[in-house]
Design a protein around this ligand. Sequence first.
Ligand code: CP
Length: 312
Amino acid sequence: MKNYTSINDINNIQDWIDEARAIKANPLQNIELGQNKTLGLLFFNSSLRTRLSTQKAALNLGVDPIVMNVSGDAWGIEFGDGTVMNGNTAEHIKEAAQVVSQYCDVIAVRAFPTLTDKEKDESEQVLTAFTKHASVPIISMESATGHPLQGLTDAITIAENTTKKKPKVVLSWAPHIKALPHAVANSFAQAMQKMDVEFVIANPKGYDLSPEITKNTAIYHNQEEAFKDADFVYTKNWSSYETYGKNLGGNEDWLITKDKIGDAKFMHCLPVRRNVVVEDAVLDSDSSLVIQQANNRTYAAQLVLKKILENL
Ligand code: CP
């Protein structure tokens, strides 16, 4: 595998899940694979889990991780072609991506969407530019439209916890005080569409994800109906796709409660705002898988990095 920028880069998700679980059982089994290799982690946005779990994955493979907060510490990067750079940007992506490629064998990038310019976000300006101009493989650590390391993590976590051959998995929108990206929901939907699960999406009217993502997945605008017989409730807020990037307000009654989810397992990528998105009683219960998900971020990243290193 050259790059990992989308769930669509996974050929057989069950094989990947099995391999990730084998890595989890013996995380240092490939400690020699990454000797004398360097992973550059470039963050245009904040992170806790992605930053630490991807570094941990690198260390487990014997890879040296180096990290930069690009937005705060690097020169402002220009992405436009033919731009007269007489404004705030001092370095063009054409040089920046090639320069980082001199120091790193693999580059991982996090760059969130604008949520104001749908066309620009869907073009994946930052990720595409790194993929085009870097001379080494690229891993997405969450881009404008996808979070494939999280989606793979969530598939692994469902496989670990299911007691049924074909569990029912619900992706439920929940309220938030801010307008948030679609990336986690998009990648989760793509991952579930590849798995042998009964997958449905629940969101208020006005919050349907891109039809390019939802495809034939059933969408409920009634949360209670969607939650019937659910084995897993994966919760995430996202802003409107139709009224692009907007928090339409209201819908506080979509808060996830113990009463609503019953015996289903609760999942969230974190960070999560307690008692806005989900009530304490859920997060503090045995039904919550959020810490296990955070743990599995390491093994998802380790699997992806291993596949890339094997192909160098
Ligand atoms: N879930 C996730 O990507 O967490 P961070 O934003 O903290 O990396």
